[in-house]
Design a protein around this ligand. Structure first.
Ligand SMILES: *[C@@H]1O[C@H](CO)[C@@H](O)[C@H](O)[C@H]1NC(C)=O
Ligand SMILES: *[C@@H]1O[C@H](CO)[C@@H](O)[C@H](O)[C@H]1NC(C)=O
Ligand SMILES: *[C@@H]1O[C@H](CO)[C@@H](O)[C@H](O)[C@H]1NC(C)=O
Ligand SMILES: *[C@@H]1O[C@H](CO)[C@@H](O)[C@H](O)[C@H]1NC(C)=O
Ligand SMILES: *[C@@H]1O[C@H](CO)[C@@H](O)[C@H](O)[C@H]1NC(C)=O
Ligand SMILES: *[C@@H]1O[C@H](CO)[C@@H](O)[C@H](O)[C@H]1NC(C)=O
Ligand SMILES: *[C@@H]1O[C@H](CO)[C@@H](O)[C@H](O)[C@H]1NC(C)=O
Ligand SMILES: *[C@@H]1O[C@H](CO)[C@@H](O)[C@H](O)[C@H]1NC(C)=O
Ligand SMILES: *[C@@H]1O[C@H](CO)[C@@H](O)[C@H](O)[C@H]1NC(C)=O
Ligand SMILES: *[C@@H]1O[C@H](CO)[C@@H](O)[C@H](O)[C@H]1NC(C)=O
Ligand SMILES: *[C@@H]1O[C@H](CO)[C@@H](O)[C@H](O)[C@H]1NC(C)=O
Ligand SMILES: *[C@@H]1O[C@H](CO)[C@@H](O)[C@H](O)[C@H]1NC(C)=O
Length: 389
């Protein structure tokens, strides 16, 4: 009751400039839930251009705000917390367009949302798209965001106007670049990283690793260290034939598009950067991928995000030495032209239309249907009264 009363009083004192009253209302809600540090960052966002864009975007359409607790924000590196631009980018990464938390998938499946983080210093996705954020629901119903390989617990939820607020116990950090992730020992992809660093694309030029890191939209089926070790004799046999080795490597890559796990399913037609057709099988063991005529390998960890795409870790090497340059360039051209069509994504990214029961599709346009949220209506009514006072 106290917080309702104080918000009436507060709103009555604030000039009823639309944007400002929205922010003040949001700040009230955050403070009322103990999220005082986030509230204070919110009021200082107007100090940067990126922050101003976030503030302008927040009241538009439905939003989901992942709201770190005071403890989480206090643990932030002071060099990050003191960098207003970086902090604005980080906050942008905590806001998802749309409100589809009620459609969350059960782990190991994930729901993926498009955030507001589109700063080209940190994100290089196809078509200038903003970075995505995956989350999931445990078997016991508790929800968590997936960030840099760890689970970030969602401890509680509340609502302000158009924004569902999910309280989280860690700050979500924007994904690093491909070179950083492949070189990070904890992902066990360092053998692949070495091979990609010492092999050039057909036609010469820089290493495949550089080509991957500088791409705008890329998907990698990345064999882990154990997979590379198990395929060592095959790979050594190919070492003298760079054409074949390069073909094998680029048949682990989709060029020009980021394909997240919800889009990977049986019958999905995807073509590698070597021009080979992928096929996918889902069975009791898990999800398998093969390239051309290769043996299938299992995806053991999906949706490892990077600044310019996504990695799915696999437990074997796709031994496909074939190449079809024509098919590769037409797949790239098609991916690029699809990405250039700007579609506002306010539903789960890549969700199949049938699984959401809504008009989703790969553009992720699904929106929640149904009765108006009583909490939102309550807050709207409360604000209306508050502004009349
Ligand atoms: C809350 O949302 C409604 C639309 O649902 C909008 O008309 C209203 O201005 C919003 N309130 C504030 C304070 O922005
Ligand atoms: C940001 O907003 C606060 C009030 O909410 C105001 O005092 C401050 O001058 C603004 N800063 C900028 C840079 O606009
Ligand atoms: C926002 O979500 C509500 C349900 O929570 C839905 O009725 C409404 O259409 C959505 N608005 C937009 C702009 O997507
Ligand atoms: C999500 O589901 C809960 C419980 O069924 C409900 O209270 C809430 O309003 C729903 N949120 C939206 C945005 O539909
Ligand atoms: C995950 O998604 C796949 C493919 O849609 C489905 O077969 C499987 O049952 C789902 N698993 C869970 C735990 O929801
Ligand atoms: C990023 O998104 C904001 C809206 O959130 C928009 O105003 C801005 O133009 C976008 N910037 C780029 C580089 O796409
Ligand atoms: C994340 O949570 C899921 C579901 O509870 C669990 O299976 C998985 O092991 C957790 N991952 C990490 C890195 O803790
Ligand atoms: C969740 O928030 C509600 C209302 O803000 C509060 O009553 C409840 O105690 C909170 N639950 C937890 C587990 O913090
Ligand atoms: C990748 O990120 C690291 C850490 O931010 C940076 O030092 C490095 O220059 C980046 N590499 C490329 C190729 O952009
Ligand atoms: C090298 O591999 C390519 C493609 O796999 C194959 O066509 C070619 O015959 C191989 N060359 C040699 C010398 O084995
Ligand atoms: C992706 O396609 C473009 C255009 O054909 C090409 O320049 C680039 O080298 C390709 N990248 C990879 C990793 O195959
Ligand atoms: C699932 O498919 C893979 C690849 O075809 C196969 O190796 C595995 O034995 C299958 N598992 C089951 C339980 O059928």
């Amino acid at each position: 009751m106290f917080c309702f009363l104080s918000s009436f009083v507060f709103l009555a004192l604030v000039p009823s400039v639309l944007g400002q009253s929205y922010l003040e209302g949001l700040v009230q809600t955050l403070n009322a839930n103990g999220l005082t540090q986030l509230a204070s960052i919110g009021t200082s966002l107007n100090g940067t251009t990126i922050g101003q864009q976030v503030l302008a975007a927040l009241p538009e359409g439905n939003k989901t705000l992942f709201a770190p607790t005071n403890a989480a924000l206090s643990a932030l590196d002071p060099a990050v917390a003191g960098n207003q631009n970086l902090l604005s980018d980080i906050i942008a990464y905590h806001v998802v367009s749309g409100n589809f938390v009620n459609q969350s998938e059960t782990y190991p499946n994930v729901t993926i949302g498009r955030t507001l983080l589109n700063d080209s210093a940190l994100v290089m996705l196809e078509g200038g798209k903003a970075q995505v954020l995956p989350w999931s629901k445990a078997a016991n119903g508790s929800m968590f965001a997936l960030n840099g390989g760890s689970n970030v617990t969602i401890s509680n939820m509340t609502t302000y106007n158009n924004t569902e607020i999910l309280i989280i116990d860690s700050v979500l950090m924007p994904p690093p670049n491909m070179t950083t992730i492949l070189g990070n020992a904890s992902y066990e992809l360092t053998s692949l990283s070495s091979i990609l660093q010492s092999t050039a694309l057909t036609g010469g030029g820089s290493s495949i690793l550089n080509a991957l890191t500088s791409a705008h939209g890329i998907t990698v089926f990345a064999p882990n260290n154990a997979a590379i070790a198990a395929a060592q004799s095959t790979l050594s046999g190919l070492a003298s034939n760079t054409t074949a080795l390069t073909a094998v490597l680029v048949n682990h890559i989709i060029n020009g598009t980021s394909v997240y796990s919800p889009e990977i399913r049986a019958n999905q037609s995807l073509v590698s950067a070597g021009g080979e057709q992928y096929s996918f099988t889902n069975n009791a063991t898990g999800l398998f991928v093969s390239s051309g005529g290769s043996s299938p390998v299992q995806i053991v960890q999906s949706d490892v995000l990077v600044s310019n795409g996504v990695i799915h870790i696999v437990n074997g090497v796709l031994v496909d030495t074939s190449a079809n340059p024509g098919a590769a360039s037409s797949a790239y051209a098609s991916a690029t032209s699809i990405a250039a069509q700007t579609v506002a994504e306010t539903g789960p990214v890549g969700a199949s239309p049938t699984s959401t029961g809504s008009s989703g599709g790969s553009s992720g346009g699904a929106v929640m249907n149904g009765a108006p949220n009583p909490v939102i209506l309550g807050v709207v009514a409360m604000l209306a009264v508050g502004q009349m006072l």
